[in-house]
Design a protein around this ligand. Structure first.
Ligand SMILES: Cc1cc2nc3c(=O)[nH]c(=O)nc-3n(C[C@H](O)[C@H](O)[C@H](O)COP(=O)(O)OP(=O)(O)OC[C@H]3O[C@@H](n4cnc5c(N)ncnc54)[C@H](O)[C@@H]3O)c2cc1C
Length: 384
Protein backbone atom coordinates (compact mmCIF):
# COMPACT_ATOMS: atom_id res chain seq x y z
CA UNK A 1 0.00 0.00 0.00
CA UNK A 2 1.27 3.50 -0.86
CA UNK A 3 2.64 5.41 2.11
CA UNK A 4 0.85 8.74 1.92
CA UNK A 5 2.71 10.34 4.78
CA UNK A 6 5.46 12.87 5.10
CA UNK A 7 7.11 13.32 8.45
CA UNK A 8 8.09 16.73 9.73
CA UNK A 9 10.20 15.99 12.80
CA UNK A 10 10.23 19.14 14.98
CA UNK A 11 13.59 20.88 14.84
CA UNK A 12 14.68 23.21 17.60
CA UNK A 13 17.26 25.90 17.05
CA UNK A 14 20.50 25.46 19.02
CA UNK A 15 21.94 28.17 21.30
CA UNK A 16 24.61 28.91 18.63
CA UNK A 17 21.82 29.72 16.19
CA UNK A 18 20.16 32.05 18.67
CA UNK A 19 23.57 33.72 19.05
CA UNK A 20 23.64 34.30 15.29
CA UNK A 21 20.15 35.78 15.62
CA UNK A 22 21.54 38.27 18.14
CA UNK A 23 24.36 39.10 15.70
CA UNK A 24 22.09 39.81 12.74
CA UNK A 25 19.59 41.68 14.92
CA UNK A 26 22.37 43.97 16.18
CA UNK A 27 23.50 44.55 12.59
CA UNK A 28 19.97 45.37 11.45
CA UNK A 29 19.25 47.61 14.43
CA UNK A 30 22.38 49.60 13.70
CA UNK A 31 21.40 49.97 10.03
CA UNK A 32 17.84 50.90 10.91
CA UNK A 33 18.89 53.41 13.58
CA UNK A 34 21.24 55.05 11.08
CA UNK A 35 18.32 55.30 8.67
CA UNK A 36 20.03 53.32 5.92
CA UNK A 37 16.83 51.52 4.97
CA UNK A 38 13.10 51.83 5.36
CA UNK A 39 11.14 48.63 5.95
CA UNK A 40 10.32 47.20 2.53
CA UNK A 41 7.43 44.86 2.10
CA UNK A 42 8.91 43.31 -1.00
CA UNK A 43 12.38 42.92 0.60
CA UNK A 44 13.69 40.64 -2.14
CA UNK A 45 12.71 43.16 -4.79
CA UNK A 46 14.44 46.11 -3.10
CA UNK A 47 18.02 46.85 -4.12
CA UNK A 48 20.57 48.60 -2.02
CA UNK A 49 24.12 47.84 -3.14
CA UNK A 50 25.61 49.57 -0.08
CA UNK A 51 23.45 47.46 2.24
CA UNK A 52 24.53 44.27 0.45
CA UNK A 53 28.20 45.25 0.78
CA UNK A 54 27.85 45.97 4.49
CA UNK A 55 25.95 42.70 5.00
CA UNK A 56 28.74 40.88 3.16
CA UNK A 57 31.46 42.62 5.18
CA UNK A 58 29.65 41.55 8.37
CA UNK A 59 29.79 37.88 7.24
CA UNK A 60 26.13 37.30 6.41
CA UNK A 61 26.56 36.34 2.73
CA UNK A 62 27.84 32.89 1.75
CA UNK A 63 27.46 31.77 5.36
CA UNK A 64 27.00 28.09 4.49
CA UNK A 65 29.89 27.96 2.01
CA UNK A 66 33.03 26.08 3.02
CA UNK A 67 35.74 28.18 4.62
CA UNK A 68 38.14 27.36 1.77
CA UNK A 69 35.86 29.42 -0.47
CA UNK A 70 35.65 32.32 1.98
CA UNK A 71 32.41 31.18 3.64
CA UNK A 72 31.83 30.54 7.33
CA UNK A 73 31.09 26.84 6.95
CA UNK A 74 27.84 27.30 8.85
CA UNK A 75 24.67 25.23 8.50
CA UNK A 76 21.39 25.83 6.68
CA UNK A 77 19.80 26.36 10.09
CA UNK A 78 22.24 29.21 10.75
CA UNK A 79 21.39 30.74 7.39
CA UNK A 80 17.71 30.15 8.09
CA UNK A 81 17.91 32.37 11.18
CA UNK A 82 19.60 35.19 9.26
CA UNK A 83 17.10 35.04 6.40
CA UNK A 84 14.22 35.07 8.85
CA UNK A 85 15.55 38.23 10.52
CA UNK A 86 16.27 39.98 7.20
CA UNK A 87 12.76 39.27 6.00
CA UNK A 88 11.09 40.21 9.29
CA UNK A 89 12.99 43.51 9.23
CA UNK A 90 12.01 44.19 5.61
CA UNK A 91 15.69 44.72 4.75
CA UNK A 92 16.62 45.41 1.09
CA UNK A 93 18.09 42.07 -0.02
CA UNK A 94 17.36 42.09 -3.76
CA UNK A 95 20.89 42.89 -4.95
CA UNK A 96 22.81 39.94 -3.51
CA UNK A 97 19.98 37.48 -3.00
CA UNK A 98 20.28 35.19 -6.03
CA UNK A 99 24.09 35.09 -5.93
CA UNK A 100 24.05 34.18 -2.23
CA UNK A 101 21.25 31.65 -2.36
CA UNK A 102 21.94 29.77 -5.57
CA UNK A 103 24.58 31.07 -8.01
CA UNK A 104 27.40 30.80 -5.45
CA UNK A 105 26.41 27.28 -4.31
CA UNK A 106 26.08 26.27 -7.98
CA UNK A 107 29.62 27.49 -8.70
CA UNK A 108 30.93 25.71 -5.60
CA UNK A 109 29.38 22.49 -6.87
CA UNK A 110 30.04 22.71 -10.60
CA UNK A 111 32.34 25.70 -11.26
CA UNK A 112 35.98 25.49 -12.31
CA UNK A 113 38.68 26.52 -9.79
CA UNK A 114 39.17 29.71 -11.84
CA UNK A 115 35.46 30.53 -11.76
CA UNK A 116 35.33 29.99 -8.00
CA UNK A 117 38.39 32.15 -7.47
CA UNK A 118 37.02 34.90 -9.67
CA UNK A 119 33.40 35.07 -8.49
CA UNK A 120 33.03 33.69 -4.95
CA UNK A 121 35.04 36.36 -3.08
CA UNK A 122 33.12 39.12 -4.89
CA UNK A 123 29.77 37.48 -4.09
CA UNK A 124 30.66 37.05 -0.44
CA UNK A 125 31.69 40.70 -0.29
CA UNK A 126 28.19 41.62 -1.55
CA UNK A 127 29.70 43.23 -4.65
CA UNK A 128 28.76 40.87 -7.48
CA UNK A 129 25.15 40.31 -8.51
CA UNK A 130 23.59 37.46 -10.47
CA UNK A 131 20.27 36.72 -12.13
CA UNK A 132 18.68 33.48 -13.31
CA UNK A 133 18.11 32.96 -17.03
CA UNK A 134 15.86 29.94 -17.23
CA UNK A 135 12.37 31.01 -18.42
CA UNK A 136 11.62 32.08 -21.98
CA UNK A 137 8.55 33.09 -23.93
CA UNK A 138 6.56 29.79 -24.08
CA UNK A 139 8.97 27.99 -21.71
CA UNK A 140 8.35 28.26 -18.00
CA UNK A 141 6.98 25.18 -16.27
CA UNK A 142 8.11 23.11 -19.23
CA UNK A 143 11.69 24.30 -18.97
CA UNK A 144 13.00 21.54 -21.21
CA UNK A 145 11.31 23.30 -24.15
CA UNK A 146 13.74 26.27 -24.10
CA UNK A 147 14.84 27.50 -27.53
CA UNK A 148 17.76 29.78 -26.75
CA UNK A 149 20.80 28.22 -28.42
CA UNK A 150 24.54 28.41 -27.98
CA UNK A 151 26.56 27.43 -31.05
CA UNK A 152 30.20 26.42 -30.75
CA UNK A 153 32.66 28.81 -32.36
CA UNK A 154 36.37 29.32 -31.98
CA UNK A 155 37.14 30.03 -28.29
CA UNK A 156 33.56 30.06 -27.11
CA UNK A 157 29.87 30.05 -27.97
CA UNK A 158 27.42 32.33 -29.78
CA UNK A 159 24.14 32.70 -27.90
CA UNK A 160 20.89 33.51 -29.72
CA UNK A 161 17.37 33.64 -28.33
CA UNK A 162 15.21 35.33 -25.70
CA UNK A 163 14.95 34.97 -21.93
CA UNK A 164 11.90 36.30 -20.08
CA UNK A 165 10.80 37.20 -16.52
CA UNK A 166 14.42 37.52 -15.43
CA UNK A 167 14.32 39.18 -12.02
CA UNK A 168 16.84 42.02 -11.65
CA UNK A 169 18.70 41.44 -14.94
CA UNK A 170 18.90 45.24 -15.31
CA UNK A 171 20.83 45.59 -12.05
CA UNK A 172 22.88 42.38 -12.16
CA UNK A 173 26.40 41.76 -13.38
CA UNK A 174 25.94 38.20 -14.65
CA UNK A 175 23.23 35.81 -15.73
CA UNK A 176 23.53 32.07 -15.37
CA UNK A 177 21.61 31.04 -18.45
CA UNK A 178 20.26 27.65 -19.44
CA UNK A 179 20.77 27.22 -23.19
CA UNK A 180 20.54 24.50 -25.82
CA UNK A 181 23.95 23.39 -27.00
CA UNK A 182 22.49 20.47 -28.96
CA UNK A 183 19.22 20.34 -30.92
CA UNK A 184 16.27 18.71 -29.11
CA UNK A 185 16.28 14.91 -29.25
CA UNK A 186 14.18 12.03 -27.91
CA UNK A 187 15.75 12.69 -24.51
CA UNK A 188 14.21 16.10 -23.84
CA UNK A 189 16.59 16.80 -20.97
CA UNK A 190 19.75 16.17 -22.94
CA UNK A 191 21.79 18.78 -24.83
CA UNK A 192 21.37 21.72 -22.45
CA UNK A 193 24.16 23.66 -20.76
CA UNK A 194 24.60 26.47 -18.28
CA UNK A 195 26.65 29.55 -19.11
CA UNK A 196 27.77 32.56 -17.15
CA UNK A 197 26.93 35.56 -19.28
CA UNK A 198 28.44 38.96 -18.57
CA UNK A 199 25.45 41.26 -18.96
CA UNK A 200 27.66 44.04 -20.33
CA UNK A 201 28.58 41.88 -23.35
CA UNK A 202 27.73 42.96 -26.88
CA UNK A 203 24.67 41.31 -28.38
CA UNK A 204 22.33 41.59 -25.36
CA UNK A 205 19.29 43.86 -25.35
CA UNK A 206 17.68 44.06 -21.89
CA UNK A 207 14.14 45.40 -21.87
CA UNK A 208 12.04 46.09 -18.74
CA UNK A 209 8.81 44.20 -18.03
CA UNK A 210 6.75 46.05 -15.42
CA UNK A 211 4.92 43.99 -12.81
CA UNK A 212 1.33 44.52 -11.62
CA UNK A 213 2.50 47.18 -9.14
CA UNK A 214 4.11 49.08 -12.02
CA UNK A 215 7.60 48.31 -10.67
CA UNK A 216 10.53 47.33 -12.84
CA UNK A 217 11.44 44.00 -11.27
CA UNK A 218 11.84 41.64 -14.18
CA UNK A 219 13.03 41.84 -17.77
CA UNK A 220 13.20 40.32 -21.19
CA UNK A 221 16.64 39.84 -22.75
CA UNK A 222 17.23 39.35 -26.46
CA UNK A 223 20.54 37.67 -27.36
CA UNK A 224 21.92 38.17 -30.87
CA UNK A 225 25.23 36.41 -31.54
CA UNK A 226 26.31 37.16 -27.99
CA UNK A 227 29.80 35.69 -27.53
CA UNK A 228 30.40 33.66 -24.35
CA UNK A 229 34.00 32.47 -23.86
CA UNK A 230 34.65 28.77 -23.18
CA UNK A 231 35.78 29.49 -19.63
CA UNK A 232 32.30 30.80 -18.78
CA UNK A 233 30.58 27.44 -19.28
CA UNK A 234 29.38 26.20 -15.88
CA UNK A 235 29.93 22.48 -15.27
CA UNK A 236 29.80 20.06 -18.15
CA UNK A 237 28.47 20.90 -21.60
CA UNK A 238 25.23 18.93 -21.99
CA UNK A 239 24.67 18.50 -18.24
CA UNK A 240 22.60 21.68 -17.84
CA UNK A 241 19.36 19.96 -16.89
CA UNK A 242 20.78 18.09 -13.92
CA UNK A 243 22.60 21.22 -12.74
CA UNK A 244 19.48 23.38 -12.99
CA UNK A 245 17.43 20.88 -11.00
CA UNK A 246 19.98 20.94 -8.17
CA UNK A 247 19.89 24.75 -8.30
CA UNK A 248 16.11 24.85 -7.94
CA UNK A 249 16.37 22.85 -4.71
CA UNK A 250 18.13 25.83 -3.08
CA UNK A 251 15.31 28.09 -4.22
CA UNK A 252 12.39 26.33 -2.61
CA UNK A 253 13.15 25.90 1.02
CA UNK A 254 13.83 29.27 2.66
CA UNK A 255 11.72 31.28 5.14
CA UNK A 256 11.34 33.96 2.44
CA UNK A 257 8.53 31.80 1.12
CA UNK A 258 6.23 32.29 4.13
CA UNK A 259 7.41 35.79 5.07
CA UNK A 260 6.78 37.58 1.76
CA UNK A 261 3.79 39.50 3.16
CA UNK A 262 4.84 39.44 6.81
CA UNK A 263 5.04 43.26 6.85
CA UNK A 264 1.35 43.30 5.90
CA UNK A 265 0.51 41.18 8.93
CA UNK A 266 2.50 43.57 11.13
CA UNK A 267 0.60 46.54 9.68
CA UNK A 268 -2.72 44.75 10.26
CA UNK A 269 -1.86 44.19 13.93
CA UNK A 270 -0.78 47.84 14.21
CA UNK A 271 -3.91 49.13 12.47
CA UNK A 272 -6.28 47.05 14.60
CA UNK A 273 -4.53 48.23 17.74
CA UNK A 274 -4.55 46.78 21.27
CA UNK A 275 -8.33 46.34 21.37
CA UNK A 276 -9.31 44.11 18.45
CA UNK A 277 -12.93 43.05 18.09
CA UNK A 278 -13.71 39.34 18.03
CA UNK A 279 -13.46 38.97 14.25
CA UNK A 280 -10.15 40.83 14.10
CA UNK A 281 -8.72 38.84 17.01
CA UNK A 282 -9.75 35.53 15.46
CA UNK A 283 -8.32 36.47 12.06
CA UNK A 284 -4.98 37.58 13.50
CA UNK A 285 -4.83 34.54 15.79
CA UNK A 286 -5.50 32.19 12.88
CA UNK A 287 -2.89 33.82 10.63
CA UNK A 288 -0.33 33.79 13.42
CA UNK A 289 -0.87 30.13 14.23
CA UNK A 290 -0.50 29.27 10.53
CA UNK A 291 2.67 31.35 10.42
CA UNK A 292 4.18 29.46 13.34
CA UNK A 293 3.22 26.08 11.85
CA UNK A 294 4.84 26.97 8.53
CA UNK A 295 7.89 28.23 10.40
CA UNK A 296 8.23 24.89 12.16
CA UNK A 297 7.85 23.01 8.86
CA UNK A 298 10.45 25.23 7.16
CA UNK A 299 12.79 24.66 10.10
CA UNK A 300 12.43 20.92 9.62
CA UNK A 301 13.42 21.30 5.96
CA UNK A 302 16.43 23.50 6.90
CA UNK A 303 17.41 20.84 9.44
CA UNK A 304 17.16 18.08 6.82
CA UNK A 305 19.37 20.10 4.45
CA UNK A 306 21.84 20.60 7.30
CA UNK A 307 21.90 16.80 7.77
CA UNK A 308 22.79 16.38 4.09
CA UNK A 309 19.36 15.10 3.06
CA UNK A 310 17.52 16.28 -0.07
CA UNK A 311 13.94 16.88 1.13
CA UNK A 312 12.53 17.78 -2.31
CA UNK A 313 8.95 16.73 -1.55
CA UNK A 314 8.90 18.40 1.87
CA UNK A 315 10.38 21.61 0.40
CA UNK A 316 7.75 21.64 -2.37
CA UNK A 317 5.00 21.16 0.22
CA UNK A 318 6.32 23.98 2.43
CA UNK A 319 6.61 26.29 -0.58
CA UNK A 320 3.09 25.50 -1.75
CA UNK A 321 1.53 26.06 1.69
CA UNK A 322 3.70 29.12 2.35
CA UNK A 323 2.97 30.96 -0.88
CA UNK A 324 -0.75 30.38 -0.43
CA UNK A 325 -0.45 31.71 3.11
CA UNK A 326 1.31 34.85 1.83
CA UNK A 327 -1.54 35.41 -0.61
CA UNK A 328 -4.09 34.91 2.15
CA UNK A 329 -2.73 37.66 4.44
CA UNK A 330 -3.78 40.67 2.30
CA UNK A 331 -7.06 38.93 1.48
CA UNK A 332 -7.94 38.42 5.16
CA UNK A 333 -6.72 41.93 6.05
CA UNK A 334 -8.94 43.49 3.41
CA UNK A 335 -11.99 41.64 4.72
CA UNK A 336 -11.54 42.16 8.46
CA UNK A 337 -10.10 45.65 8.33
CA UNK A 338 -11.09 47.42 5.08
CA UNK A 339 -8.68 50.23 4.15
CA UNK A 340 -11.09 53.01 5.14
CA UNK A 341 -12.02 51.40 8.48
CA UNK A 342 -9.42 53.21 10.57
CA UNK A 343 -9.90 56.56 12.15
CA UNK A 344 -7.41 59.21 11.08
CA UNK A 345 -4.33 58.44 9.06
CA UNK A 346 -3.91 54.77 8.16
CA UNK A 347 -1.94 55.39 4.98
CA UNK A 348 0.82 52.97 5.97
CA UNK A 349 -1.72 50.17 6.28
CA UNK A 350 -3.33 51.11 2.97
CA UNK A 351 0.04 51.18 1.23
CA UNK A 352 1.00 47.82 2.70
CA UNK A 353 -2.32 46.34 1.60
CA UNK A 354 -2.00 47.75 -1.92
CA UNK A 355 1.56 46.43 -2.32
CA UNK A 356 0.77 43.00 -0.86
CA UNK A 357 -2.32 42.66 -3.06
CA UNK A 358 -0.42 43.57 -6.23
CA UNK A 359 2.54 41.28 -5.46
CA UNK A 360 0.47 38.33 -4.19
CA UNK A 361 -0.35 36.70 -7.55
CA UNK A 362 3.34 36.20 -8.30
CA UNK A 363 4.06 34.14 -5.16
CA UNK A 364 2.46 30.97 -6.51
CA UNK A 365 4.18 31.34 -9.90
CA UNK A 366 7.85 32.14 -9.25
CA UNK A 367 10.24 29.29 -8.45
CA UNK A 368 7.73 26.70 -9.72
CA UNK A 369 3.97 27.17 -10.04
CA UNK A 370 1.46 25.73 -7.60
CA UNK A 371 0.37 23.06 -10.08
CA UNK A 372 3.95 21.98 -10.78
CA UNK A 373 4.72 21.78 -7.06
CA UNK A 374 1.59 19.76 -6.38
CA UNK A 375 2.62 17.39 -9.17
CA UNK A 376 5.99 16.98 -7.43
CA UNK A 377 4.31 16.38 -4.08
CA UNK A 378 2.03 13.77 -5.63
CA UNK A 379 5.05 12.05 -7.17
CA UNK A 380 6.90 12.19 -3.84
CA UNK A 381 3.93 10.51 -2.16
CA UNK A 382 3.87 7.79 -4.81
CA UNK A 383 0.57 8.96 -6.30
CA UNK A 384 1.92 9.54 -9.84
C1 LIG B 1 7.93 37.39 -9.65
C2 LIG B 1 8.52 36.43 -10.62
C3 LIG B 1 9.90 36.36 -10.75
C4 LIG B 1 10.45 35.48 -11.67
N1 LIG B 1 11.82 35.47 -11.81
C5 LIG B 1 12.38 34.63 -12.72
C6 LIG B 1 13.80 34.64 -12.90
O1 LIG B 1 14.52 35.40 -12.24
N2 LIG B 1 14.32 33.81 -13.83
C7 LIG B 1 13.57 32.97 -14.57
O2 LIG B 1 14.12 32.23 -15.37
N3 LIG B 1 12.21 32.95 -14.44
C8 LIG B 1 11.61 33.76 -13.53
N4 LIG B 1 10.24 33.77 -13.38
C9 LIG B 1 9.44 32.95 -14.28
C10 LIG B 1 8.80 31.75 -13.62
O3 LIG B 1 9.76 30.78 -13.32
C11 LIG B 1 7.72 31.23 -14.59
O4 LIG B 1 6.75 32.23 -14.70
C12 LIG B 1 7.10 29.95 -14.10
O5 LIG B 1 8.01 28.90 -14.16
C13 LIG B 1 5.85 29.59 -14.90
O6 LIG B 1 6.13 29.59 -16.25
P1 LIG B 1 5.20 30.37 -17.30
O7 LIG B 1 5.05 31.78 -16.81
O8 LIG B 1 5.75 30.16 -18.64
O9 LIG B 1 3.77 29.71 -17.17
P2 LIG B 1 3.32 28.31 -17.77
O10 LIG B 1 4.37 27.30 -17.53
O11 LIG B 1 2.86 28.54 -19.17
O12 LIG B 1 2.08 27.96 -16.87
C14 LIG B 1 0.79 28.56 -17.06
C15 LIG B 1 -0.19 27.84 -16.15
O13 LIG B 1 -0.30 26.45 -16.54
C16 LIG B 1 -0.01 25.61 -15.43
N5 LIG B 1 0.73 24.43 -15.88
C17 LIG B 1 1.81 24.41 -16.70
N6 LIG B 1 2.24 23.13 -16.87
C18 LIG B 1 1.43 22.35 -16.13
C19 LIG B 1 1.36 20.94 -15.88
N7 LIG B 1 2.25 20.10 -16.43
N8 LIG B 1 0.39 20.48 -15.06
C20 LIG B 1 -0.51 21.31 -14.50
N9 LIG B 1 -0.51 22.67 -14.71
C21 LIG B 1 0.45 23.17 -15.51
C22 LIG B 1 0.87 26.44 -14.52
O14 LIG B 1 0.82 25.98 -13.18
C23 LIG B 1 0.27 27.83 -14.69
O15 LIG B 1 -0.86 27.96 -13.86
C24 LIG B 1 9.64 34.63 -12.47
C25 LIG B 1 8.25 34.70 -12.32
C26 LIG B 1 7.69 35.58 -11.42
C27 LIG B 1 6.21 35.63 -11.28
Amino acid sequence: MTDLSLTFEPRALAPEQEAIRDEIRAFLKDEYDRGTFARAQEAMAKHDFGFSERLGAAGFIGMTWPEEFGGRGLSFLDRYVVTEELMAAGAPCGAHWVADRQSGPLLIRYGTPEQRERFLPEIIAGKCYFCIGMSEPDSGSDLASIRTTAKKVDGGWLVNGTKLWTSNAHVSDYMIALVRTEPPSDDRHAGMSQMLIDLKSDGIDIQPVKNLAGHHHFNQEMFTDCFVPDDMVVGTVGNGWEQVMSELAYERSGPERFLSTFQMLVELVRAVGPDPDEIEARAIGRLTSHLMTLRNMALTVAGQLTDGELPATEAALVKDLSTNFCKEIPEVARLVYPPDAGAGDNMKYEEALATATLYAPSFTIQGGTREILRGMIARGLGLR
